[in-house]
Design a protein around this ligand. Structure first.
Ligand SMILES: Cc1ncc(COP(=O)(O)O)c(C=O)c1O
Length: 375
């Protein structure tokens, strides 16, 4: 049994993927190329964004977005306490301070109330300049943008949507990657839209930001081209072969994979209702279920379930065992009195089960039975 079954997906899309890869090999065009251009066009159309700029991975996408904001020493960047380190790492890398905010008790995404409290605490202290907010659509579930956007506007903060886990999800009729001044995503193989290696993208509606992003991706190139370097940048690009893989995968995601993920999630939700805390998706939102994460009654029960799944040979993961504020790398960051109650509680009780669009009911029942045996 696979946690995320990329082999079955490949069997479904094999002819198209193979033909595209073959074309890249025949043309010997490995950097840039027609598939990259076509993919950027299709990704922008899918998300309703004016610009999509592909890059080497989701971590680079976030670093580039931070660079566009000009985040540096003396700045505060507000991030959710429960995320993968790529969302928060660039703050420290660029000499700024990541200010962690609690998550909500139900969606596990950035809590707007905690965000505003942390912004006010930073302002009251008067040492750091609030600069940006990174809202992470964790587990594939979008953040509450109706609450977060006005807070960013009120305090003049740049909003970055980290949609690494939510490509294909939606919030109030708009697709994930459509929120914030910039949005970023990852095409890591296990992501809802994954390639066969590393890949990422940055989205924006702002022409000037798009120009800066394209420049940063190519060593800070200027109007005179790649040897006219006008700013510090990096070398971050999506390989042609990865774009060739992503095009058929994007079509499958749009046509049926998002729907199939909903079916799998529904079967889990029905089976675990009243027995575990099942995921909450707000009205008019679609989670793309990058992970199907449930909460056990407490850490002890979570660990019992995990031990049983291990014995039964059923893949499982914990996303994530440690909130950001408790990671050794961030132990000296200021908390401003925030206790991270929801993030601590979530991390102690969560575990994730196999989730992918090709999970058959019969195989899923084995997973469900194994979990219920412990409960
Ligand atoms: C929330 C989040 N942001 C960013 C990233 C970074 O993406 P990548 O692995 O492509 O660098 C990940 C990857 O796991 C992620 O989960």
């Amino acid at each position: 049994m696979e946690f995320i079954d990329l082999k079955t997906q490949y069997r479904h899309l094999k002819d198209e993927i193979n033909a595209n890869i073959q074309k890249v090999l025949d043309d010997a065009q490995f950097i840039g190329g027609a598939y990259v251009k076509e993919l950027e066009k299709q990704l922008a159309a899918f998300t309703g964004r004016k610009h999509c700029i592909t890059c080497a991975n989701g971590t680079d996408a976030l670093q580039i977005a931070y660079m566009v904001c000009g985040v540096g020493a003396g700045d505060a960047v507000f991030c959710p306490d429960m995320t993968f380190i790529s969302s928060t790492e660039p703050a420290k890398m660029f000499g700024a301070t990541p200010v962690f905010c609690d998550i909500t008790a139900d969606t596990y995404t950035l809590c707007p109330e905690s965000l505003e409290r942390q912004i006010q605490a930073v302002l009251a202290e008067g040492k750091l300049t609030p600069k940006a907010v990174v809202a992470v659509d964790i587990l594939g579930n979008p953040c509450d943008y109706d609450a977060i956007v006005p807070i960013c506007e009120k305090y003049g903060l740049t909003l970055i949507e980290d949609a690494a886990q939510s490509f294909g999800g939606s919030y109030h009729g708009r697709r994930c990657c459509a929120f914030g001044h910039m949005a970023t995503t990852s095409f890591f193989p296990a992501k809802p839209l994954g390639c066969y290696g590393d890949g990422g993208a940055i989205f924006t509606d702002d022409d000037a930001m798009a120009d800066v992003i394209r420049s940063i991706c190519v060593h800070g190139k200027g109007p005179g081209g790649k040897y006219d370097n006008i700013r510090v940048g990096m070398n971050s690009r999506l390989d042609h072969i990865q774009a060739a893989v992503l095009l058929p995968k994007l079509k499958a995601l749009a046509e049926y994979e998002v729907d199939q993920r909903q079916q799998v999630a529904r079967r889990y939700n029905d089976a675990f209702a009243g027995k575990l805390v099942t995921p909450f998706v707000a009205e008019n939102c679609t989670s793309v279920w990058a992970q199907y994460a449930v909460l056990a009654a407490d850490q002890q029960q979570r660990d019992q379930v995990i031990a049983h799944l291990k014995d039964a040979g059923i893949p499982h993961m914990v996303y994530y065992p440690t909130p950001q504020h408790a990671l050794p790398v961030f132990r000296d960051e200021p908390h401003y009195g925030e206790t991270f109650r929801n993030a601590n509680d979530y991390c102690a009780r969560t575990f994730s089960l196999p989730m992918h669009p090709y999970l058959e009911a019969e195989e899923q029942q084995q997973i469900i039975d194994a979990v219920l045996e412990v409960l």
